[in-house]
Design a protein around this ligand. Structure first.
Ligand code: NAP
Length: 260
């Protein structure tokens, strides 16, 4: 693999949403290592501040900015702090209430999933698009999911939200063609992160552990961060439209090889 190109001065700020854990935290570390000045956002201030300090201690540039992606006024205020932004990684999101069939799932879970995954991505993208364009070489990354491409039982609300996120990325790419902003979608399959499955099952550790039971090597947050960093550091004219990444043990959302 060619070494990551150092970001140009105008495109060196990378905003990462959901940087307080999992894929977002790993992405912030890796983009900082690739030379970006990373801006970490999430709701948990203590977590992003600690990570910013860790990244700074490693000799890189990082700042923390507490932000709820569903709060449009707060997002607009956040965006007003920048003249230019090189990279926006829309990673904040997740699933709630898996295993509930459409007939019995909680509409409140569906609303929250839509607000975080879809409207959160819309909010940040709308607010930062002028700054990304002003960099002369901007990149919007959307972390969707393989749930954005096929339905599975018990996942209706998440599947619907991730389909919407996929469509947001596809539509935006069509609409801004000719402007200096790339739109990259990364769609991971099963990733073993500390919190994703726990959040999905409302804190039930046994249910969360079963998701990964017997799977030899689920993806890690670092695996996904690696694909994001690779896509972002391609030459400016190269747009990685969509990258689907799964563990070898997973052939589809429902076909997973489990041992034992
Ligand atoms: P995670 O560890 O649960 O991380 C989710 C992140 O989103 C946290 O940093 C959380 O931070 C943030 N977040 C949630 N609601 C937010 C809000 N309203 N405003 C701002 N930040 C918010 O999950 P992950 O596994 O790293 O997942 C990251 C992304 O990858 C999600 O979009 C997820 O859907 C997607 N994905 C995950 C998997 C998987 O298997 N793990 C597979 C495919 C796709 P705070 O709570 O501090 O706000």
């Amino acid at each position: 693999m060619a070494p990551a190109a150092a970001p140009s001065a105008a495109s060196r700020i990378a905003v990462v949403t959901g940087a307080s854990s999992g894929i977002g935290a790993a992405t912030a570390r890796q983009l900082a290592g690739a030379g970006y000045r990373v801006v970490l956002t999430a709701r948990r201030k203590d977590r992003i501040e600690a990570l910013a300090e860790e990244i700074q201690a490693a000799g890189h540039k990082a700042t923390a900015y507490p932000l709820d992606v569903t709060d449009r006024a707060a997002v607009d205020e956040f965006a007003s702090a920048f003249k230019t932004v090189g990279v926006l990684v829309n990673n904040a999101g997740g699933a709630l209430g898996a295993d509930d069939p459409v007939a019995a799932s909680d509409p409140e879970d569906w609303r929250r999933m839509y607000e975080t995954n879809v409207l959160g991505t819309l909010n940040l993208t709308q607010a930062l698009l002028p700054k990304l364009e002003a960099s002369g070489d901007g990149t919007v990354v959307v972390v969707s999911s393989t749930a954005g491409f096929a339905a599975y039982e018990g996942g209706g609300g998440y599947v619907a939200a991730k389909h919407a996120e996929h469509v947001l990325a596809e539509t935006l790419r069509l609409e801004i063609v000719g402007r200096p902003v790339r739109v990259v979608e990364i769609a991971p399959g099963m990733v073993k992160t500390d919190e994703f499955a726990l959040t999905r099952f409302g804190g039930d550790e046994d249910k969360a552990a079963k998701v990964y039971q017997g799977v030899a090597e689920p993806l890690t947050a670092d695996d996904v961060a690696d694909t994001i960093t690779w896509a972002v550091t391609r030459p400016a004219h190269v747009n990685i439209d969509l990258l689907v990444v799964r563990p070898r043990a997973q052939a589809s959302n429902t076909k997973v090889h489990r041992e034992g």
